[in-house]
Design a protein around this ligand. Sequence first.
Ligand code: ADP
Ligand code: MG
Length: 204
Amino acid sequence: MSEFSYVVTRGWIEVVVGSMFSGKTEELIRRLRRAEFARLKIQVFKPIIDKRYNEMAVTSHDLTTIDSLPIEDAEQIFDHLHPDTKVVGIDEGQFFSSNLVQVVQDLAERGLRVIVAGLDTDWQGKPFEPMPTLMAIAENVTKQHAVCVVCGAPACRTQRTAGGDSQVAVGTHDAYEARCRTHFKPMIDAPTMDWKLKREMDLA
Ligand code: ADP
Ligand code: MG
């Protein structure tokens, strides 16, 4: 990624995808922090629906955090965009509707570096729009992997372990696990680990 870390003179789009727990948010935050080291003004947006850890910040499962503005619709980025901003970060891109694609294109046309993180597949292993379309139009795509909680192999899927069957259901360890292709089931499956018990053991 080093060539994408330098000062930007033209706009472009970077996409960071992978399963849940694959480090998308960590990677997004890492790139944004590097831009700040380069003294570039950054702005970070996330869908208002994602209130898992913090309403006003993008937070990884490891609790790394960066301030962000929650928005309902991708178009609202233009309402809040500061004229000095050079880098725009967007987390949980899959929770925005398809107009995110045009918004991201417009930002890049204006000369901004845009970094979008999000799930490439949903809990049934199906492409999760608008991320696949963004992957197609981006200058750079990074596919991250988590660790399969069953066997330890690189995990490319998000296993739902609780809840209903809607495509969007926000959760963390309580409802999702990272699994590899072999151990992923496109249906709700019993959790591999008792995360509540694990947390109690960690705290003990
Ligand atoms: P994402 O945004 O892709 O969901 P995050 O960046 O929020 O991922 O979190 C990544 C962190 O999640 C890892 O650094 C690790 O501490 C933690 N983690 C929890 N479960 C797993 C797993 N099964 N595989 C890899 N990392 C995991
Ligand atoms: Mg994330």
